[in-house]
Design a protein around this ligand. Structure first.
Ligand SMILES: [Zn+2]
Ligand SMILES: [Zn+2]
Length: 146
């Protein structure tokens, strides 16, 4: 039944994009639980903290020529829209996954919360008020940050 199979795949497709709409992305991957990163780099880029899921790079299709990458460190780069400034992606240079900002999804309700990392870097004007696990630095599985 090719028709119904096509429908199932369409249902699994998750889409999102930046504030102005110039950068769009889509993936059919299972979405990792959202990790909240409170490090100083994420604070400066977002104004507060990072909340991102992650997908295999091969499963993510990105469209839009305003996407820019900023190499915030020797090991990772951060993707954002050069027109509206929306933070969108984080990826380790030598990795095979891409973190995708939770708030960039058209339907963020499909996402589930995971845990907090780099809470040592949290700005003091806000509290972490949920009961998710917190790690002062990176998570025990370093492949999962952020
Ligand atoms: Zn934009
Ligand atoms: Zn961070």
């Amino acid at each position: 039944m090719p028709d119904s199979l096509g429908e199932v795949q369409e249902d699994m497709m998750q889409r999102g994009g930046c504030l102005c709409g110039a950068v769009r992305f889509e993936t059919t991957s299972v979405l990792r639980d959202v990790i909240f990163c409170h490090c100083s780099q994420c604070r400066r880029q977002t104004g507060l903290y990072y909340a991102a899921t992650s997908v295999p790079r091969s499963s993510l299709r990105i469209m839009g020529d305003t996407l820019r990458w900023y190499h915030a460190s020797d090991v990772a780069r951060r993707g954002f829209c050069g027109t509206c400034g929306s933070a969108l992606f984080w990826e380790r240079l030598e990795g095979d996954t891409v973190s995708v900002l939770a708030g960039a999804f058209d339907d963020p309700s499909v996402l589930r919360p995971g845990y907090h990392i780099f809470t040592r870097g949290r700005a003091e004007f806000y509290r972490i008020a949920d009961d998710l696990p917190c790690y002062a630095d990176r998570a025990p599985d370093p492949s999962k940050d952020p």
